[in-house]
Design a protein around this ligand. Sequence first.
Ligand SMILES: [Zn+2]
Length: 285
Amino acid sequence: MQIAKMSAAINSSNLLGEFPSASQVLAEIANAATPTESPNAETNRIQLTDSHCHLDFPIFDADREAVLARAQAEGVERFLVMGISAAQWPRLFALAQQYSSWRMAFGLHPYFLRDRIQNREPTFADFADDLALLPTFLEKGALAVGEIGLDATQPLFELQVELFKKQLHIAADMNLPVILHHRKTLDKMLPMVKKAGVSSGIVHAFSGSYQQAMQWVDAGFRIGVGGVITYPRAQKTRAAIAKVPLESLVLETDSPDMPLFGNQGNRNEPADIAKIAHALILLRE
Ligand SMILES: [Zn+2]
C-alpha cells in the first residue's frame, strides 16, 4: 500500500505538471507573441492542454485522428480524457495506449448510472463490482479519479450521493486528485470532499460566484475554465473567472460538449482551447 500511495502522490503532481495552470499558459502565449532573438520557431511553440475531454466517445470514431491533428495545429499537446462508466474504462484505456498525448482519469459519472442495468433502476449494490474494479484501473497510470460528482438535474440522486462518497474515499486512499462534475450541487459537494480527505482536483466547468470559486481554491482545487466564458449571458461566472488567481485556473473544453458561443449545437473540439485561452486573456484585461 505504501508503494501504491507513493506512486499515486507522483500522479497527483503529474496532474498539476502536465495540465498547467492558466498563469503558465498565458505567460507562454505572451512569450510566443513577443519576438525573441532565437530563429528557432520551435522554442516559441505554445504548449496548450485540454484538462477535460471525452475524446473516446463514439462521436469521434470517424475522424479522431483529424480532431487530434487540428488540436495539435493550435498547440494543444495533451488531453485528459475522462472515465464515465466501468463499461467504458477498458475502451478509454485501450485508446490511451494508442495516443501518447492522452492522459486518463477513471470514475463513475452521475449521468450514466441508468445505463448500468437494463429494465430497472440500478441500486448501489449493482455498482459493487465497478467500485471494486476502480482502483485497478486507477493504478494503470491514471492522473485522477473522474469524472465524478453530483447532478441535481439527473435522476437517482441518493444513489449519486452514495457513489460519490465511495469514490471520494477511493481517491483519498490512493492520494489522487478528483475531477468534479456538478450541477446545482457545488455547495453540497464541498463539505463531502473535505470530509473524505480529498485535498486536490479540478472543479470541471465551473459556474458560480467568485466566493464559491475561492472556497474550492482554498480547499486545494483548481477551477476548470471552458467555453462558458465566451457566453455574454454567463455574467456571474465571467466575473468570477476574471478575479480568481490565474494559478488556480485550468483550461478545458469538455469536448464533444459545451461548444463555444456562436457554435451552439455543433460538436466541440480540443482545438478550441486556444480560443478559450484568448477569451480568458480578454476577460482578465
Ligand atoms: Zn465531462
